[in-house]
Design a protein around this ligand. Structure first.
Ligand SMILES: *Cc1c(COP(=O)(O)O)cnc(C)c1O
Length: 395
């Protein structure tokens, strides 16, 4: 079996990845490329990181056998409970890891960009804990839409700077963050929130999230005496919770892999974020991958009911899995995700994030065997989506 797990030394997964950045960013990115593996694999780093994952984040998160859901779908469904992490999702695994790395690189200042605010909150949390200055760039439009998360970031001590150019959303915030990084390269680390960006970010983030599949293996063994399930399933925005869920299984040929993308109002509606269906080869945010773009390379504005999946690309790790047919990609529409969120809540008493509900909706799309062991990553909790859920209850 091919090695799907890690990129080559230039950051390529097959033809995807690399580092496509302006020359002024070379010093920052090269410093990271040269040092990230040595630092994060050192005993000293691992001791501090593992201790925080356990005692601060609350890991290991449970692997929960969902009996009622299993009965309904006539198969064996296990939920990996990333929703039970501190701050409510998997994003803290990466944010903490990168802030610890930044400290060891001698950085004193952290920048991040955020769309819905979830990654901004996770980064601000890690900075509060570890005592670093934190600046979060966020589109002006998103700041208005995501007031509770903006409040959280400020309470955690972060400065939230509005991006006021272009569509005033995520991609404009990315541009502002890159500009900042160029201007403050000696003191600053840019915490990227998913398996996207120039090499080494996709690999760095995947390694921090890989704790998800490491625990799944251990917990399956403990509970039912096997390490590998028949299926692993996760939702795909940029792809960090999916990369973490797939990581220790991609090179195990008997484990089937399914990714759930956001179909929005339907892949052909023009209002979607289904990158593998609609994307073509392009460069987005510093790496070569599949990108939703027009023929002349203008990024198409994505749409999803879930802010975390509302991204016009996917990480190069996933583009490679797609091209090689190593994973199956499904697109899940807004209404299907909503329905799955209500179903899980009623059957299991767990209110999932709308993003995670896309992964759950695979159960309605594909028939599994009664003997199949199916692990679904529940990437986050639904508190942040209550407004959307209440709207559905009322309608
Ligand atoms: C941000 C987010 C996602 C999407 O990001 P990935 O990098 O694709 O994992 C999924 N689920 C939740 C709960 C999120 O907050």
């Amino acid at each position: 079996m091919k090695n799907y797990k890690n990129p080559d030394e230039n950051g390529y997964y097959g033809e995807f990845g690399g580092a496509f950045i302006p020359e002024m960013l070379y010093p920052n990115v090269e410093e990271l490329q040269e040092n990230y593996l040595t630092i994060i694999e050192s005993e000293d780093f691992q001791n501090e990181y593992q201790d925080l994952l356990k005692n601060y984040v609350g890991r290991a998160t449970p692997l929960y056998f969902a009996k009622n859901l299993s009965e309904k779908y006539q198969t064996k469904i296990y939920l990996k409970r990333e929703d039970l992490n501190h701050t409510g999702a998997h994003k803290i695994n990466n944010a903490l890891g990168q802030v610890l790395l930044a400290k060891r690189l001698g950085k004193t200042r952290i920048i991040a960009e955020t769309g819905a605010g979830q990654h901004g909150v996770a980064t601000a949390t890690a900075c509060a804990l570890l005592g670093l200055e934190c600046i979060v760039y966020m589109g002006e439009v998103d700041i208005a839409r995501q007031a509770p998360n903006v409040g959280r970031m400020k309470m955690l001590g972060a400065e939230v700077i509005p991006a006021t150019s272009g569509s005033k959303t995520l991609k404009d915030a990315v541009n502002e963050a890159l500009r900042d990084w160029i201007n403050h390269s000696a003191t600053t680390h840019y915490v990227i929130g998913s398996v996207v960006g120039p090499h080494p970010f996709p690999d760095l983030v995947a390694r921090f999230q890989s704790v998800i599949s490491k625990e799944i293996k251990e917990q399956l063994y403990e509970q039912i005496g096997i390490q590998n399930p028949d299926y692993v399933i996760a939702c795909l925005g940029g792809g960090s919770n999916a990369a973490g869920t797939f990581y220790h299984f991609v090179n195990e040929k008997n484990v089937k892999i399914i990714a759930a993308e956001a179909g929005g109002l339907g892949v052909k509606s023009g209002k979607s974020a289904a990158t593998t269906f609609l994307g073509t080869l392009g460069v987005l945010h510093g790496s070569k991958s599949l990108v939703m773009q027009t023929k002349d390379g203008q990024v198409i504005e994505p749409h999803s009911i879930s802010a975390g999946l509302d991204y016009p690309g996917i990480g190069p790790f996933h583009a490679h899995l797609f091209q090689e047919n190593r994973a199956a990609f499904f697109s899940i529409n807004d209404d299907e995700a909503l329905q799955s969120a209500f179903e899980l809540t009623k059957l299991e008493g767990i209110i999932p994030a709308l993003e995670s509900a896309h992964a759950l909706a695979i159960l309605g799309k594909k028939k599994f065997k009664e003997t199949d062991v199916v692990v679904i990553c529940l990437s986050g909790r639904g508190d942040k989506d209550m407004e959307m859920y209440l709207r559905k209850i009322k309608s």
